[in-house]
Write a protein that binds this ligand. Sequence first.
Ligand code: SAM
Length: 307
Amino acid sequence: MLTVSMMLLLEKLFQLSYDANSAMLLVENVFQLTLMLTVSMMLLVENVFQLTLMLTVSLMLLAVKLFPLTCEFLEGEKTFYFRAQKFYEDVPATEEGMMGDFIEVSHADLEGSRKFLSKFMNYLPRRSWIMTWLWIQGPGNAGSSFALDCGSGIGRVSRSVLLPVFQKVDLVDMVERFLLTAHQDFLDQDQVDRVETLFCYNLQDFIPTRDKYDVVWIQWVACHLTDKDLMNFLRRCKKSLRPDGVIILKDNMARQGAKLDVSDSSVSRHLDIMRVIIAAAGLQILAVEHQDGFPDIIMPVWMIAMR
Ligand SMILES: C[S@@+](CC[C@H](N)C(=O)[O-])C[C@H]1O[C@@H](n2cnc3c(N)ncnc32)[C@H](O)[C@@H]1O
């Protein structure tokens, strides 16, 4: 359009010099010329606007490109979940089974988790004036009544991180055998008494009760959910938090992009991808910390606290 109007404009200029001897034609041509100039300017402005719009849309597409990445990777969610189900059928209901080939890092993992969790806890009576006055509180102020252990397995995290701190804990895992082991073997009797419910559910379908938990712990299981399911699960977890509650996610994070492991059907995401998913779930990140003390051959493990 712009080219056409420029051509018409040139034609008018040519006509103007040709017909200069006629006053009437001159007025008419000046009018037409002004009109053409105005139209050209309008088209120019429109084109600049369209160009800006196209640039903005392209930049936006580039920015959200991260998000569908892992879904594209997975080639069908059903196969992805089915493979994980098959994998855990053969996993022994032991601490070794929960840790894969890396039982030797379990101690460092639990120690790192306890330290990270303590930053978000308020062990003193809630909102006491003396605490506020003395500024004893850390960044977190979560209560210690109830925690949810997601993808709990046999309760390795519940036993050493959650039950020493919380009065009650719920466990959720897709494998019934693991939950039964937690109940019958792995947890102490005092701990079993404080486990309120063992939920045998897939996290992608599980809806935690609203306003129930001070802490929702999600360890080494976010990798078994697709981006979309993880985002939706985090949204539901957010609704399940009590005032000052926090969600803590701990998982392997790829050094770059997203890495699918077909053997156990898990996907490790770069920390930046995880941040995008967390933001899309409407959560705010409170702290991010690297788990130290693991050998270099292990994929980096990060802890993220959010609410
Ligand atoms: C590597 S183990 C980690 C167990 C525990 N979080 C720990 O750190 O010891 C992963 C656990 O997630 C569970 N899991 C995997 N995919 C799941 C899903 N879609 N829904 C619920 N649980 C799942 C497995 O059954 C297994 O118990």
